[in-house]
Design a protein around this ligand. Sequence first.
Ligand code: NAP
Length: 280
Amino acid sequence: MFKEKVLQDQVAVITGGGTGLGKDIAIAYAQQGAKIVICSRNEEHLAKGAADIAKAGGEVMTYSLDVREPQAIKAFTSAVVERFGKIDILVNNAAGNFIYPAEKLPLRGWKSVIDIVLNGTFYCSQIIGNQMIEQQSGQIMNILATYAWAGGPGTIHSASAKAGVLAMTRTLAVEWARYGIRVNAVAPGPFDTEGARTRLWPTPELEKSITDKIPLNRFTSTEEVAQAVLYLTSPYASYITGECVVIDGGAWLGKGIAGNMDFVDNFAAVREASKKARIK
Ligand code: NAP
């Protein structure tokens, strides 16, 4: 997208950066000259992700981290600052999700998603945000979904957590502008990653039922989302803060997500197919 390396020598932390969208954001950043730090729980995800990101050039640091653990995030932040001296960009991408009708959702499932998405995003933002306040510069990018404001039948836990992160995005954008920190978000429509496919649309029929309701009639690609993230965290977007850019092929306006009761109505079939997809 850019002629020059717009993120030369910037240090970017991407939670959940070893897989899916997080990895493609890391690759887009590495191509622009950034030093990359990816963190998540599974070391295998991190090692595979780091190998792919390294092909795009530059340094990659991996760190085993659960975003639900504030003490671990403090140790992680110190380790990154010790190695690179600063943190310029934080991408809050780590998440968990699965389909369940609200009236049957086990409370531990509710708590688990709220802990990762809402609490984890706040812990990372506050702890790394304090490092950015010390630097008097930095950027936070939150990965949302359009159900943050439109509602998401079948995913009330994730929709509620993302709604909280949208409020966090706007609140921090105002509170931390005085420290030279910009806070933005993107809200992608569905895109195909192993995590999403096995939990959300484990059969081709379900996948088709979703794409049929998207005005542009296809999923978003992770590269398309990564390029929007790159723009928003680049110097070209230096006056944009508190914004959420939607990249969903018109899906939420066309009621492709908010009005889609397929997940709820086909709950039993989705669960069954999802279990098989995960065993594979
Ligand atoms: P994914 O490949 O399943 O990635 C999720 C990442 O989060 C994994 O790398 C996972 O790594 C990490 N993670 C999960 N729990 C964690 C924890 N407690 N601590 C640290 N890391 C944790 O998912 P994706 O489909 O690329 O989604 C990426 C983002 O886009 C998410 O925020 C998701 O909500 C959002 N989104 C996705 C879609 C879609 O259709 N796929 C649509 C809209 C928005 P470990 O397992 O190694 O911990």
